[in-house]
Write a protein that binds this ligand. Structure first.
Ligand code: F6P
Length: 326
């Protein structure tokens, strides 16, 4: 059994990270294992920004967004020289295992690091984009979807009252999970996701048809990067095509990444962390704990690295049935 393990959060922050940290520290504490927190993700690992976490520190953090460890997207960790430095920092501090809570890029880095130095690593998936391969859900996606729904419900009030078309740009990078789920939840008129080649003509015909029959207020949810310039690109198309109509653009931005985690994300984060800590302490390595088909299971990090989760076909059918999905 290990005596000393470390944990870090890497990439974009999400709601639910603190719930995971709370669970890791508690499980380890009950087994007399010391947890070392690494500040600032992989950069902190390289520089040895380590500190001992105790139960008192995590007692009241399950409901807090962000991460008390802070996080970053590290360019240095892409280079062997710096990964070696990170490995040496762990050895110097007698750390025997590492839990990495991250998204696609971070878990790809985790796989590389674990293999390169034969170091025991367990990964936990988190990203509001929900595109980590091998798991149906990543920490943060549920809360971010709810944040979008809450915001768009408010936008709908003003859209209906002013008979305007509202374009709402949501995050997701190159994945349409957030747009699909929130678009269905707010009964959006149209949903634009990167997985489908955009058919702007189809969208414009649909909008024109709605205007003709008197439906002047519409909500169009668009994933950032799904067309050139995302929501701004679509707004420009509207403005040049229909100068007489008054459309508005809302870019929800980083508001989607903050806030108190939902009950789902708190439970998901706590359960993933529970399994990850126990697995690491029991000798597992090079794996990620995943939530798939309503079950928690482990998959090799090599099956996660450099891959992405695909949006659900069933959900696309539903979205296509209820809205214009392009
Ligand atoms: O990957 C999470 C995410 O929030 C994406 O949805 C978004 O494109 C990106 O991070 C934003 O990154 P940053 O916080 O570095 O601007």
């Amino acid at each position: 059994m290990m005596n000393r393990i470390a944990v870090l959060t890497s990439g974009g922050d999400v709601p639910g990270l603190n719930a995971a940290l709370h669970a890791i520290v508690l499980i380890a504490f009950k087994k007399n294992v010391t947890v070392i927190g690494v500040h600032d993700g992989y950069d902190g690992l390289i520089d040895g920004r380590f500190f001992e976490m105790d139960v008192q520190l995590v007692r009241n953090i399950v409901d807090r967004g962000g991460t008390i460890l802070r996080t970053c997207r590290s360019n240095r960790f892409l280079e062997h020289e710096f990964r070696k430095k990170a490995f040496e920092q762990l050895k110097r501090d007698d750390i025997e295992g590492l839990i990495i809570i991250g998204g696609n890029g971070s878990l790809t880095g985790a796989e590389f690091f674990a293999r390169e130095f034969n170091f025991p690593v367990i990964g936990i998936p988190k990203t509001i984009d929900n595109d980590v391969s091998g798991t149906d859900y990543s920490i943060g996606f549920d809360t971010a979807s709810n944040t979008i729904v809450e915001a768009v419900d408010k936008i709908k009030d003003t859209a209906d009252s002013t008979s305007r078309v509202f374009i709402v740009e949501v995050m997701g990078r190159h994945a349409g999970f957030l747009a699909l789920r929130s678009g269905i939840s707010v009964a959006a008129s149209a949903i634009i996701i990167p997985e489908i080649k955009p058919d702007i003509q189809k969208l414009l015909s649909f909008v024109e048809y709605n205007w003709r029959i008197g439906n002047h207020s519409m909500i169009i949810i668009i994933t950032e990067h799904s067309i050139p310039d995302g929501g701004m690109g679509l707004k420009k198309i509207f403005d040049s095509r229909y100068p007489e109509f008054d459309s508005r653009l809302t870019i929800l931005g980083h508001v989607q990444r903050g806030g108190s985690p939902s009950a789902f994300d708190r439970t998901l984060a706590s359960t993933l962390a529970y399994h990850a800590t126990n697995a690491l302490l029991n000798g597992s390595k090079g794996e990620m704990v995943a939530f798939m088909n309503n079950k928690f299971k482990f998959i090799p990090l090599s099956e996660v690295a450099n891959k992405t989760n695909q949006v659900d076909n069933e959900l696309m059918k539903v979205a296509g049935g209820l809205s214009i999905l392009i």
